[in-house]
Design a protein around this ligand. Structure first.
Ligand SMILES: O=C1O[C@H](COP(=O)(O)O)[C@@H](O)[C@H](O)[C@H]1O
Length: 255
């Protein structure tokens, strides 16, 4: 039975604190179980919110982390639109090499002119950590997701074919409605195979979208398709984003 937990906090800062606790626990659980913690970061507002306290966390054994990207823009690593750059600026830089460089897995910078080739390559990079078997999906310990006002998550946009992908782990997109147009993204079966997915959403600008996803499960919105048969979907919201929820009111933050 898919499990969902909705938490809401008065400020973005309180969301950052809660995420720090959540990731400390998720990381310890995964390392105890498998010796490593596989985590995928989205871009946008998420890296700043998720990293605020994480970057100075001394409880986590970052040497066991494997950092992937839930979606990435097809741009060089030092480009202002790069999700890798965001995570580097907010987390990897401040952590000062506590995560071994070869355990951070960005898009191949030589393939940014070809989203299809970049997605195939990223799938192979996933295979090198999760094993290459094609009859199953990689099982991330945690995937950190944002949403757009249109309900997109990763680079899975409403009405786009990538949302229907059933076999590939990672696909390209060249006509993203949000710039930049060329991107790669994990697919929905990969999101739904994870142990945990944590959505992080703040601000009144997304309150209606949050209601349509959490209260109404509106299938037109890609984020509504995230439901983990063997895991838990967490929502880390601020009160501005959660204020319209009536059916699924946030519960007290407890892990
Ligand atoms: O383009 C993207 O947008 C979403 C949402 O970003 P936000 O700034 O509104 O939080 C993000 O989750 C995704 O990774 C990114 O590529």
């Amino acid at each position: 039975m898919p499990s969902t937990k909705v938490f809401s906090f008065p400020t973005t800062d309180a969301v950052s604190h809660a995420l720090d606790k959540f990731l400390t626990q998720a990381s310890a659980d995964a390392i105890a179980r498998t010796g490593k913690f596989t985590v995928a970061f989205s871009g946008g507002s998420l890296p700043a919110t998720a990293s605020k306290y994480l970057a100075e966390n001394t409880q986590i054994d970052f040497s066991r982390w494997y950092v992937f990207f839930a979606d990435e823009r097809c741009v060089p690593h030092d480009h202002a639109d790069s999700n890798y750059k965001l995570v580097k600026d907010h987390l990897l830089g401040p952590l000062a090499n506590k995560i071994p460089e070869d355990q951070v897995i960005p898009i191949n910078p030589r393939l940014v002119d070809d989203s299809t080739a970049a997605a195939v390559d990223y799938e192979a990079q996933l295979g090198s950590v999760f094993g290459p078997e094609k009859d199953r999906f990689p099982r991330f310990d945690c995937i950190l997701l944002g949403i757009g006002p249109d309900g997109h998550t990763c680079s899975l946009f409403p009405g786009f074919a990538q949302l229907e992908e059933k076999t590939r782990w990672c696909v390209g997109i060249d006509n993203s409605p949000k710039p930049p147009p060329s991107r790669i993204t994990l697919t929905m079966p990969v999101l739904n195979a994870a142990h945990n997915v944590a959505f992080v959403v703040t601000g009144a600008g997304k309150r209606q979208t949050i209601k349509e996803i959490i209260d109404q499960s509106d299938v037109r919105l890609p984020a509504s398709h995230v439901a983990l048969p063997k895991g838990t979907v967490y929502w880390f919201l601020d009160d501005a984003a959660s204020q319209d929820l009536t059916l699924n009111k946030p519960s007290e933050f407890k892990l």
